[in-house]
Design a protein around this ligand. Structure first.
Ligand code: CO8
Length: 257
């Protein structure tokens, strides 16, 4: 599939997805979401890609789902189109996925950022779920992902009021990872992505699986999974390399096997 609404390119070992519908503040129509998810999966399969970064442009990460596209939807058109099934596939991506957010991250745009593992934002970025003002509600995981990120009480307040929050408010609630000056978002995101890209890829992958499982598993089951994944890491050449490098007092060279 050739991409109409995103640009995808590699920079070193970082797989970049740039949302590219600037005329409508990167409003996410269904084809665009398909393109994003197919590109995420392609990067996840590509052994030269270590980390994935989703970004928008200066004005917007994404200002939500495409409202024009939803205007005439009915419960039945939605049931048949099943527009959220594709979003579920984002949760299956095994490599680190980062969001670099400048400008608006609203509705589905905020949901896309929340589906990412790490969020770096510009100081003037705004986050919010305005769906309540359209007579609907978040549908691409926003109620669940935000509640898990910041707790139900603050999530309810935020989603009920439909108000936008500044990057510093979002940071204070633990909804995002870092804030930098707007013009440094790209640089800081790439710096963080490259830092991750230098870590042992199998460790990153096992850590992601295990930390994400904390949402669904009991403490004991989560710790059992952690233990199994800890053992699994000992089957990698990178474990031997990492520990040898430590004893030989040199930096490790990880290969991802
Ligand atoms: N959908 C479609 N078009 C949009 C959207 C959108 N979400 N957001 C902005 N646009 C368009 C505007 O219509 C406008 O187009 P045009 O130039 O042709 O009139 C252009 O982008 C620029 O927007 P504005 O002129 O409005 O720019 P402002 O700087 O004045 O305002 C805002 C920026 C505040 C972001 C404003 O555009 C706005 O409120 N946008 C809508 C935000 C919103 O309600 N988002 C939630 C949408 S519902 C949703 O996301 C549900 C999620 C469900 C799952 C997702 C499945 C894909």
């Amino acid at each position: 599939m050739s991409n109409k609404y995103i640009n995808a390119y590699l920079e070193d070992s970082i797989g970049i997805i740039q949302l590219n519908r600037p005329d409508v503040l990167n409003a996410l129509n269904r084809q665009m979401v398909d393109e994003i998810v197919e590109q995420l999966e392609a990067y996840d399969r590509d052994s030269t890609v270590k980390v994935i970064l989703i970004k928008g442009n200066d004005r917007a990460f994404a200002a939500g789902a495409d409202i024009e596209e939803m205007l005439n939807d009915t419960p039945l058109t939605l049931e048949l189109a099943d527009p959220f099934a594709v979003w579920d596939r984002i949760q299956l991506i095994k490599k680190p996925v980062m969001a670099a957010v400048n400008g608006f991250a609203l509705g589905g745009g905020f949901e896309l950022a929340l589906h990412c593992d790490l969020i770096v934002a510009g100081e003037n970025a705004t986050f919010g779920f305005p769906e309540v003002k359209l007579g609907v509600m978040p549908g691409a995981g926003g109620t669940q992902l935000l509640a898990k990120a910041i707790g139900q009480r603050k999530a309810l307040e935020w989603i009920w009021l439909g108000e936008s929050m500044s990057a510093s408010e979002a940071m204070g609630l633990g909804a995002i990872n870092r804030i930098v000056a707007d013009e440094l978002v790209e640089e800081e995101s790439m710096r963080l992505a490259k830092q991750l890209a230098n870590q042992a890829p199998i460790s990153l992958r096992l850590i992601k699986e295990t930390v994400k499982a904390a949402d669904d598993l009991s403490l004991m089951d989560g710790m059992k999974l952690e233990r199994k994944n800890f053992y699994l890491a000992f089957d990698s050449e990178d474990q031997t390399e990492g520990m040898n490098a430590f004893t030989e007092k040199r930096p490790p060279h990880f290969k991802g096997v």
